[in-house]
Design a protein around this ligand. Structure first.
Ligand SMILES: [Zn+2]
Length: 668
């Protein structure tokens, strides 16, 4: 039947939201009061003044939104959602101690698809309560994150993590790349999930890994999510090891051929921002995480002025620790003002735009969500601003409502959440998730993690093993240490025909001993070895960590020789890292100049060291030692050691069968 001209044709829709304070967050920042929104299926079909909308549409359901702001759902631009289960595991630590000392060991032990499913569901419940309708994730088993998110009804960009190390879901980066490919193929046309590839960060990637990740993202036209320039440490290391800052390096590796979502960008300069703008990369700003971990303040105002799409993210719940976007938006303005010394640097309306339309654009899903506009998906929230903590309400300034939302609203004021045309929360009640069930599931899980951590904290050795720094291979040494007056005579004796010199070396050694009140734990020694070449120059430095087992010292023929267990490892981290991780009760420093020989005496190999102790200043010592594997062997070698000592002209009388650290202490 042809439509007749004349009165407006009333169209049928599923839902009319009326009598609301509508903030569209569109290009013109249109606001309507009283405003209305019409929803049909998964889409917004009209937004405008209520009197116009109600004339044109008739709905199956009408909701009166008196006293409430109706706005697009918030976009959480960067998170690791399953980490809700690691929330509060370890706090008040530096990033490396937190990550390598606690998070990664627990992840290696506990992260499975079940962990990821539960953690994601908890995170989704929290997101919905906080008015978040879309988020951008990076974790392991990302397909499970996608499944749990779709079941909760939320929209997400889900990035499968790619790391150069083995991870909970892949033994190698090639394996995680294959995982990402099959995940993308399976989910690329999903109505809620946008699959993505997520190389973790420059410091956890190789060149090849970055290039392969970028080309995978380009091949399927999906986003690429990466941590970029989060800390000054990361940037300094890039300058040192890669000869350039992080962004130029990534550009060289073709990263920006992909639709990049760059998390953090705390330490970028104007040139790097220009590169990001030029390649249409999105940035995720994470104020809580950056403040908690003291990473710094991203130049957000400058980024926005240069035309970058900057969203706001909560980051993972173990570096925040909550997933409250209202708090995040508020902190974004405060941090910007404080760091630029300018209270006008990031106005409320701009911060709210970052949390909605700009955030969606940063995630490359701006065509779907982020504003209330005809044709976009129905991702919207209702926020009650008729509360005591948000009154009174002034009308003289048209931006007043933005300021109310950013500076005074709380996530608990969100009463309704809709994603893709479906209600996920109505009148504060979740429709797709059971919070009580989720809560009870976390109890058992926390018990097993507590048990794991407590067991590991019981001994230095298990703490050492937990950070992957020692395998459980114990070695015993027979050793002897005596004070000598004249090293020259010992050196001359070593030239004798009865001794075969296999090699000799010269080192400077800087030792830091970690001492614990519980002596049965033994001690840890962090050693910096500077190898001195024939020209007297430092040729090579190595760092080693040794656990010296104190308790089971067995004493042999005379009390000058002992054997003890040792666990030796290359020290991958800084002294500061180990200090914060092991928390010694006391420390002691020893510096010495060491001449070392590996020799053969009576068909047996020995190390002979002549040490000059500079700190504390204790003169010269002769040390002889040999590896041993059995009690019988130890007895034989300890007898030989005495012979060798006598041969070298030193006297057993001068023996100090103790570690230098004890000497150091007595010298204090
Ligand atoms: Zn992160």
């Amino acid at each position: 039947m042809p439509q007749s001209k004349g009165p407006i044709v009333v169209k049928k829709v599923d839902l009319l939201l009326t009598n609301a304070i509508v903030l569209t967050m569109d290009e013109e920042l249109n606001q309507y009061e009283a405003g209305a929104v019409a929803v049909k299926g998964d889409q917004i079909v009209a937004v405008g003044p209520e009197n116009e909308i109600v004339k044109s549409f008739e709905a199956n359901e009408n909701i009166d939104c008196a006293g409430k702001v109706l706005m697009p759902g918030l976009v959480n631009a960067h998170t690791h959602v399953p980490m809700t289960l690691l929330r509060g595991l370890a706090d008040d630590l530096r990033l490396d101690v937190w990550l390598m000392g606690y998070i990664m060991p627990v992840e290696r032990e506990f992260v499975t698809p079940d962990f990821v499913r539960l953690g994601t569901s908890i995170g989704c419940a929290e997101f919905i309560r906080s008015g978040i309708t879309s988020f951008n994730d990076m974790y392991y088993f990302e397909e499970t994150v996608a499944e749990a998110t779709a079941a909760a009804g939320l929209r997400a960009v889900c990035g499968q993590t790619i790391l150069k190390f083995p991870s909970p879901d892949a033994k190698s980066y090639e394996e995680s790349l294959a995982l990402a490919r099959s995940f993308i193929e399976g989910w690329k046309d999903h109505e809620l999930i946008v699959p993505a590839v997520a190389p973790h960060a420059v410091y956890s990637s190789t060149e090849d890994l970055i290039r392969s990740s970028a080309s995978l993202a380009v091949e399927y036209d999906v986003p690429l999510h990466m941590h970029i320039a989060e800390t000054s440490f990361e940037v300094e290391n890039a300058r040192r090891d890669l000869d350039m800052p992080v962004v130029p390096y990534l550009k060289k590796q073709t990263l920006f051929d992909a639709k990049v979502i760059a998390a953090h960008c705390v330490h970028v300069d104007s040139g790097e921002i220009k590169t990001l703008v030029h390649h249409n990369a999105g940035v995720a700003h994470n104020p809580s995480s950056n403040m908690k971990l003291a990473s710094g303040a991203a130049p957000v105002a400058e980024m926005l002025e240069m035309g970058l799409n900057v969203g706001i993210g909560t980051d993972g719940p173990s570096s925040n620790n909550d997933l409250d976007m209202f708090e995040e938006v508020r902190l974004a303005t405060f941090l910007s003002n404080l760091s630029t010394n300018d209270p006008t640097s990031l106005p409320a309306v701009t911060a709210l735009l970052m949390a909605t339309r700009l955030g969606a654009q940063a995630l490359h899903i701006g065509h779907l969500t982020g504003s209330l506009e005809e044709g976009k998906r129905a991702d919207l929230i209702l926020v009650d601003i008729n509360t005591l903590h948000n009154s009174p309400r002034f009308r003289h300034n048209s931006d007043g409502t933005y300021a109310q939302l950013v500076y005074a609203s709380k996530s608990t004021d969100v009463s309704h959440v809709m994603v893709n045309g479906n209600w996920l929360m109505r009148e504060h009640r979740l429709t797709t998730l059971n919070e009580n069930e989720l809560l009870s599931e976390t109890v058992d899980y926390a018990k097993s993690v507590d048990h794991f951590i407590s067991a590991r904290e019981e001994s230095l050795l298990s703490k050492l093993i937990a950070i992957g720094e020692a395998t459980e291979a114990e070695s015993f040494e027979v050793q002897l240490k005596v004070r000598i007056d004249d090293p020259a005579s010992v050196i001359k004796a070593l030239e004798s025909d009865e001794i075969e010199i296999i090699y000799d070396r010269h080192y400077r050694e800087f030792d830091t001993y970690f001492i614990f009140n519980d002596k049965s734990q033994g001690q840890l020694r962090y050693r910096e070895d500077e190898f001195i070449n024939e020209e007297g120059e430092v040729e090579q430095i190595r760092y080693r960590l040794t656990l010296l087992g104190a308790p089971h010292e067995h004493e042999y023929p005379s009390d000058v020789v002992l054997s003890r267990s040792r666990f030796l490892a290359n020290a991958e981290h800084s002294l500061r890292f180990y200090r914060e991780y092991f928390k010694p009760d006391e420390e002691s420093e020893v510096q010495k100049d060491r001449l070392r020989w590996l020799i053969k005496f009576e068909d047996t190999e020995f190390y002979v060291n002549i040490d000059r102790l500079d700190k504390p200043d204790l003169g010269h010592f002769l040390e002889i030692k040999s590896r041993t594997w059995s009690q019988r062997d130890a007895k034989h070698k300890s007898e030989l050691i005495i012979d060798l000592l006598t041969f070298l002209g030193a006297s057993v009388e001068e023996t100090e069968a103790r570690e230098y650290v004890l000497l150091a202490k007595s010298a204090e």
